[in-house]
Design a protein around this ligand. Structure first.
Ligand code: HEM
Length: 408
């Protein structure tokens, strides 16, 4: 594969290859290169060949036909600080330990466990609604995380971690320079992770998930032993870092889209009024009955995939599936740069990764372990935010985090 790909792509410089020419918005930069060089292109980034796939057919070949060969990910060097020596499910190699962690995630997020925590989840989201109600008429952060200082700090840390993982770090391309920590990212990551672990230890919902994990540990439910380090990683990295930031980003994007297209918000409110009524609050049990709101979620997942470049590593190379470009393939998607959610009102749902033109949660063995949880949380949050308030954008606002005014 790497030999074939070496023939396709822009010429780079000696040693550093194409690195100096990369645009910070890698997904759109790669999409533009794909227009020139085709749906498979190769770049030399630092010492390694990187192959970028930008078509549905190739994504199918890679993620379905050759799923096992491409079942590993490239580990950003800063991550080695946060994963307690390699226990993290997202970056761990496709080996028995990964299977054990994935099983634990399935047990933690299975319908029974997840349903058992519904009352906490509902209470948390309703607390946010109450907080917004107290502040109606004033600008607020739409994700509600400013409501307590701990929430604001928490969100700030997640943003820091996600930024550090996504930043162009010289030691990702030249691993021999890692120990020098030239950009100070390793040190920064270490500090943030320690603070985050402290907060999570006080978080109530995590403690309930902790109970499930402790039962798995004592019950010997997995062949590979589940250590306390695994438990910390499952809670902190997989649940908190992996999940929280992505779901709140999705809610923010969806709210922003509706504020720019007020007719969409009005239609969503009409649907909620009809299905739930003006005097009741949305519950997770309504999820199958709100096709318009669901289409908003699907459209936002399609237009703004949280992982626009999915990363896989075959031996000796680095591989990116450009989900952002695939979602904009004009041969498959009409008006592929626009927010037209009617396309998802008629389409059948497939978040499972079997439709290779729609991959917001990835595909194959390494697809998102929190899919069901994410969909439930995003739907419930959107339903409550839109049903309880009208929203408008204040003047002179920042783009992110989204600040808006809830109106009664
Ligand atoms: C809207 C919210 C979310 C989106 C869009 C999303 C998307 C993704 C994507 C694209 C991947 C990579 C898939 C691949 O490489 O094929 C992934 C992996 C993962 N996600 Fe999510 N995710 C979300 C929420 C969550 C939540 C809430 C959790 C946990 C509670 C979670 C846990 C994970 C884990 C553990 C992995 C790694 C799985 C593995 O490597 O085996 N995600 N997610």
């Amino acid at each position: 594969m790497s030999q074939m790909a070496e023939n396709f792509g822009p010429q780079g410089l000696l040693i550093v290859g194409n690195l100096p020419f990369l645009d910070p918005q890698l997904h759109s930069h790669f999409a533009n290169l794909a227009k020139m060089y085709g749906p498979i292109l190769s770049l030399l980034l630092g010492g390694k060949i990187s192959i970028v796939i930008s078509s549905t057919d190739m994504a199918h070949e890679l993620l379905k036909e050759n799923d096992v060969i491409f079942a590993n990910r490239d580990v950003p060097t800063v991550v080695t600080v946060m994963e307690y020596g390699g226990h993290d499910i997202v970056f761990t190699l496709y080996r028995p330990k990964w299977r054990m962690l994935k099983k634990c995630m399935r047990d933690m997020l299975g319908h029974t466990t997840f349903d058992a925590f519904y009352s906490y989840r509902k209470q948390e989201i309703r607390n946010t609604i109450k907080y917004l109600n107290d502040l109606k008429g004033s600008p607020v952060n739409v994700d509600g995380n400013e409501k307590a200082s701990i929430g604001a700090k928490f969100r700030q840390m997640l943003v820091e971690i996600t930024d550090l993982m996504g930043k162009r770090n010289i030691s990702n391309f030249f691993p021999s320079l890692y120990w020098l920590d030239l950009q100070g990212m390793k040190k920064q990551m270490k500090g943030t992770i320690v603070k985050l672990v402290r907060i999570v230890e006080f978080d109530r919902e995590s403690k309930d998930f902790l109970q499930v994990l402790l039962q798995l540990r004592t019950g010997g439910a997995t062949k590979t032993p589940l250590t306390m380090n695994h438990i910390k990683v499952l809670l902190v990295v997989c649940m908190v870092v992996g999940g929280t930031d992505k779901t709140s980003t999705m809610v923010e994007f969806a709210m922003a889209k509706m504020m720019y297209k007020p007719q969409v918000m009005i239609k969503a409110q009409q649907e909620l009024d009809t299905v739930i009524g003006r005097d009741s609050l949305a519950e997770e049990s309504y999820k199958g009955k709100l096709p318009y709101l669901k289409a908003i979620m699907k459209e936002v997942l399609w237009l703004h995939p949280v992982l626009p470049l999915m990363n896989r590593v075959p031996k000796g190379a680095r591989m990116f599936v450009n989900v952002w470009a695939i979602h904009r393939d004009p041969a498959i998607w009409k008006h592929s740069m626009e927010f037209i959610l009617e396309r998802f009102l008629i389409d059948k749902e497939d978040h499972s990764g079997n439709d290779f033109s729609y991959l917001p949660f990835g595909s194959g063995r390494r697809s998102c372990a929190g899919l069901a949880m994410a969909k439930r949380i995003v739907m419930l949050s959107l339903a409550l935010l839109v049903h309880c308030f009208d929203w408008k954008l204040p003047t002179g606002r920042k783009k992110m985090p989204l600040v808006a005014v809830p109106m009664p």
